[in-house]
Write a protein that binds this ligand. Sequence first.
Ligand SMILES: Cc1cc2nc3c(=O)[nH]c(=O)nc-3n(C[C@H](O)[C@H](O)[C@H](O)COP(=O)(O)OP(=O)(O)OC[C@H]3O[C@@H](n4cnc5c(N)ncnc54)[C@H](O)[C@@H]3O)c2cc1C
Length: 321
Amino acid sequence: MKVIVVGAGIAGCICARRLSDMGHEVMVVEKGRGVGGRMSTRRMNGAIVDHGAQFFTFRDKRLLGYLQEWRDDDHVVEWYDHVPNRPDLACRSRFRGVWGMTAPAKHLSRALKIEKNFFVQFIKWSRGTWMVEEKGTNGRSLNADHLVLTLPVPQTLELFSRSSFELETKVMSKLMKIRYTRCFALFGLLDRVSSVPIPGTIAHPTPQIDWIADNQLKGISPKPAFTLHASSQFSDEIWNVPDNDGILSLVPVVEGLMQAKILEWAIHRWHFSKPLVTFGESHFHSPDRHLSLAGDGFSGERVESAAISGWEAAESITQGA
Ligand SMILES: Cc1cc2nc3c(=O)[nH]c(=O)nc-3n(C[C@H](O)[C@H](O)[C@H](O)COP(=O)(O)OP(=O)(O)OC[C@H]3O[C@@H](n4cnc5c(N)ncnc54)[C@H](O)[C@@H]3O)c2cc1C
């Protein structure tokens, strides 16, 4: 079967890889320049910074083969399994990409056909075929027997609306209830090695901050560099303020806790950080419409949940369920 998977985050890449392994002809379509979605790594003046997902855990047996491949091919290593003096944080292996969190998606995509810089503007189901059209003047257009959408669900609904496409009322109302938190991420270069103890993370240092990490201690950055994720409540408070004002209260906390000065910074506003309300099933699959929906909006926040969502969507497609 010919399948188009929209979105090269972990859900899309696992789904595409599984389908491809089972003999389907798969094309992945991604609006970004690279793969990984919210497992995202940025280069900054010689530093490397993970500014989305910070680590992942894989415990589901179905995913362990992929983890082993990534480890064998030096794409992924364990970052840490516990934080000293934090018995409240579970003791379990947290993994990271060797050069940042995009590594698993990059490894999966090696065996896949991917159209990058392809923003899907429009989809159409007609006479047993899906048509997927790119936004803009390039106007690439693809066809397939089955379509998989792995975008954050509000973006899937926008795509439906642009395409005058709807599923049955019960499904649409479940999709419309899915909500995500927002996350204001501040990251940048430091003037010296920070004083954060190994493994290089500080969770919830203040009510405004969920997470601070030292990307050099993490092992991905040759230069001292930090990542800060504001809490969802504080992210909402500063969402619309100009960047310089948004970071005012965060800079002294970073510099105080890390005992280093910020040399250079950037901001990323994650509109769809983690799902608060999910679909309640790992994915949606319609054999009649030849359409599947997957991603963390179905299965719950976390890289592993998104991967399982993609994996199970691929199973439903193959079984024709
Ligand atoms: C700040 C932050 C911190 C996090 N920390 C962790 C963590 O430490 N551990 C953990 O397990 N999880 C963490 N998460 C959650 C985790 O990153 C997500 O649950 C997971 O990566 C979601 O994967 P996905 O494939 O469902 O979606 P995504 O990664 O969002 O993939 C969707 C893809 O679709 C593409 N796309 C969207 N619209 C279009 C379009 N119209 N056309 C073409 N392509 C399109 C996007 O570019 C994207 O690549 C974090 C998330 C954030 C934002």
